[in-house]
Design a protein. Structure first.
Length: 121
C-alpha cells in the first residue's frame, strides 16, 4: 500500500500511514479521529455499555470485517481499510499546518516506510 502526499513524499505501508495520520490529528487536537484496529479491545476501551456501542455503529458506517476503526467526528463509528479511515486531503492539510510534527514523524519513520523526493534524500 502506498500513499502519495502533496509534498512529494510517498508513505509505504499501512502502519506508517496510520501512524502518521494519528500523530497529525492529535497535533491538531482532533484525537477523536485517531485510527485503531477494529477489534473487541476498541469497543471495551471506548464504550461503557453495549447500547452506546450499538448506536454508534448504527448511525455510523460499521462493517465488522474491516481492518480499521475510528470515530467520524460525531461520535459514530467509521470502519474501512486505510483509504476508508484516513482522509488524504485532510492529511495533506495537516502536514502543511504542522510542519514540525511532520518532521518529527519523519525522524522516527523507518526508511522502508517512506521515500523522500529526489531533492530531500
Amino acid at each position: 500500500m502506498q500513499f502519495e502526499l502533496e509534498n512529494g513524499y510517498t508513505i509505504i505501508g499501512r502502519d506508517a500511514i496510520i501512524g502518521l495520520w494519528n500523530q497529525m490529528v492529535i497535533a491538531d487536537n482532533q484525537a477523536e479521529l485517531t485510527v485503531y484496529v477494529n477489534d473487541g479491545e476498541f469497543f471495551k476501551r471506548h464504550f461503557n455499555n453495549p447500547y452506546n456501542a450499538c448506536k454508534a455503529c448504527f448511525y455510523g458506517e460499521f462493517r465488522p470485517n474491516d481492518r480499521y476503526v475510528r470515530f467520524d467526528g460525531l461520535g459514530n463509528i467509521l470502519t474501512g481499510d486505510v483509504l476508508g479511515v484516513v482522509d488524504k486531503d485532510e492529511l495533506d492539510y495537516l502536514i502543511e499546518c504542522y510542519p514540525e510534527e511532520w518532521k518529527s514523524w519523519l525522524e522516527y519513520a523507518n526508511d522502508d516506510d517512506y521515500d523522500a523526493p529526489e531533492g530531500d534524500k
